[in-house]
Design a protein around this ligand. Structure first.
Ligand code: UDP
Ligand code: MG
Length: 331
């Protein structure tokens, strides 16, 4: 059916429907990928039939240097239906955040109107995409965050460590959306803004809220992994949390300065006490001079380290070459 004819039948202007790219980073996901492809295929067909998205919408898999047959499977899917399944293969395993960024940038370059990023294991409920797309098309939200309505399906350990992380992160002065992982919709304007971020240490959950724009939230229940096992063992989770904090905050460096000042104050208080004890004949020989110099020298060392840290922090922030601003609209 030509699109002219389709327009005649349907009052919805098909050309104005948004082209949506689903972007999925995949690392050794051969076990579940075919099922994921099938589920997303159905979702896209359903959204196209409901005139919510353009029929040029597609699914983009990013193979993050998998060692199993993931890329072979992506090629097979592409050969089956090249207009629906696309693939990008990274030459090496670069981690979830880099793979996701690569996929988002490819989707942006391919001319999508919005990209929805999600995990390849279908833990994120695909049905939440409907609401994301309607907030994007109808309420003009440039970024729509998928937020977990509860963490009941997580282990006690994961739930509590995640909460601890979010509160430390907020205290460090960085912005995040609590209980939001990387399931989100981003329009082409915010993708363009994201492309200006040249930093190597990527922590997308921290960067995206700093972009600004009109945002929305969709609540969903996160399921358990459908196939294969988690690619985020505890070791990687801790590394990810440290990466997040050190990519967004120089507060740990400032903390050194504060501890230095505190130590000097303790030293001075002790000095007053020692002088007072000399006059009241309470003095213990040698103890006073030892304690005062210990706290004072320690304090001065920490303070100087903190001052050096302040400069290192400035160099660190400059070296990220983050854009100074992002333009939302131009007239
Ligand atoms: N992933 C990736 N590169 C990696 C590790 C993970 O692309 O080095 C992908 C993985 O295939 C999945 C997503 O990132 O699509 C999230 O990983 P996973 O589901 O294992 O994390 P969890 O949900 O257990 O936190
Ligand atoms: Mg998962």
């Amino acid at each position: 059916m030509t699109s002219e004819y389709a327009k005649f039948l349907d009052p919805v202007d098909v050309e104005s429907l948004p082209i949506i790219y689903f972007v999925l980073p995949c690392y050794n996901e051969v076990e579940g990928l075919e099922h994921t492809a099938e589920v997303l295929h159905q979702k896209i067909s359903q959204l196209v039939a409901a005139s919510k998205i353009s029929e040029q919408s597609r699914i983009l898999f990013v193979d993050d240097g998998s060692e199993d047959g993931t890329w072979g499977l992506i090629e097979k899917l592409h050969n089956m239906d090249g207009s629906l399944f696309g693939g990008v293969k990274l030459a090496h395993n670069r981690g979830h955040q880099n793979a996701l960024y690569a996929g988002l940038m490819e989707a942006y370059k391919a001319g999508c109107d919005a990209a929805i990023s999600m995990d390849a294991d279908l833990q994120d409920d695909v049905n939440a995409a409907d609401e994301m797309i309607s907030q994007f098309s109808e309420q003009h939200c440039e970024i729509v965050y998928g937020v977990r309505s509860s963490r009941e399906k997580d282990t006690w350990f994961k739930r509590n460590t995640a909460e601890l992380f979010y509160s430390i992160f907020a205290w460090m002065g960085a912005e995040t959306v609590p209980n939001h992982a990387d399931y989100r919709l981003m329009g082409s304007a915010s993708l363009e803004a994201l492309s200006e971020y040249n930093e190597v240490n990527l922590f997308l959950r921290g960067i995206v809220p700093t972009l600004g724009f009109k945002t929305g939230k969709v609540y969903y229940e996160r399921g358990v992994r459908e196939a294969g096992e988690s690619k985020y063992p505890l070791r990687k989770m801790i590394a990810f949390a440290i990466e997040g904090i050190t990519s967004f905050s120089t507060k740990p460096l400032k903390l050194v300065t504060s501890i230095g000042v505190l130590s000097i104050l303790v030293g001075l208080t002790m000095l007053i006490y020692v002088i007072a004890s000399v006059f009241t004949n309470h003095a213990v020989v040698g103890w006073g001079s030892m304690m005062c110099s210990l706290w004072l020298i320690g304090g001065f060392l920490m303070l100087s380290l903190g001052i050096v840290g302040e400069y290192v922090g400035k160099i660190y922030l400059e070296s990220k070459h983050r854009p100074r601003y992002c333009i939302e609209t131009k007239l």
